[in-house]
Design a protein around this ligand. Structure first.
Ligand SMILES: [Zn+2]
Length: 239
């Protein structure tokens, strides 16, 4: 990697004079186009302060998401949408507490407090979201015996939500992921989006994590390995 001094020396003063400093040292802002979609993951009351599975500082993502959403003509939102007595709830497994894990037929499952039960206020999207142009709300986790962190595939790794087919039929190539929580539903969505062939950006300051036993660092490492690009909201050109 060249440092700033070496770049300046290589360019020479004549070439340099014609370039604005921002062109040299900062990446150009990313401009979402018609083949880009913002995926707003699980910004629901249960995951916000006062909710049964509140993510620390979760409410802080809302104004950031509202701001970046203005730059997108395509926005999809997701909603965790569980049956009562869902398999991911610690309360249905005797002797188990939230944040412990159990082995289910499809693999290891973290157990959660009851959350996002279909039709409850806790499952509602935050009233502070302001994205009237959002065109689709994908509900997930509605099969009682299978969880679904990912907006693309349920936790059994084979049952699709239909989102990839929807995005493909809309000719979407790039997805930008924001919301809650970074290390679970955001990360699993981003990883599955890569597997489905999309170019994927996670907007870090438009997400917050739960960070259960190192899960946040692991999620970022897994995403980096899969080619997910980690960006900040300021990297997106405003509308
Ligand atoms: Zn859930």
């Amino acid at each position: 990697m060249l440092n700033r001094r070496q770049i300046l020396a290589a360019l020479g003063t004549t070439a340099l004079a014609s370039l604005a400093p921002s062109m040299l040292f900062a990446a150009a802002p990313i401009k979402p186009d018609d083949s880009s979609a913002l995926l707003v993951i699980d910004v629901q009351n249960c995951f916000l302060p006062g909710g049964s599975l509140a993510v620390k500082e979760g409410e802080q993502v809302v104004p950031v998401i509202n701001r970046i959403a203005k730059a997108f003509s395509n926005v999809v939102m997701t909603q965790d949408w569980h049956t009562p007595g869902h398999v991911s709830f610690a309360s249905v497994h005797s002797g188990k507490k939230p944040f412990e894990t159990i082995d289910l037929p499809y693999g290891k499952q973290v157990l959660w407090p009851d959350h996002c039960v279909q039709g409850t206020d806790g499952a509602s999207l935050s009233k502070d979201l302001s994205i009237p142009q959002a065109e689709l709300i994908i509900r997930k986790g509605f099969h009682k015996d299978v969880d679904s962190y990912s907006a693309f595939l349920e936790a059994d790794g084979k049952t699709t939500t239909g989102l990839a087919a929807y995005l493909n039929s809309r000719k979407i190539k790039r997805v930008f992921v924001a919301g809650l929580a970074t290390d679970f539903c955001v990360a699993w969505t981003a990883l599955d989006a890569r597997k489905a062939g999309f170019e994927v950006y996670v907007v870090e300051d438009a997400c917050r994590g739960i960070d259960n036993q190192g899960s946040l660092a692991k999620a970022w490492a897994d995403m980096a390995k899969a080619g997910v690009k980690r960006i900040q909201s300021a990297d997106i050109a405003s509308a």
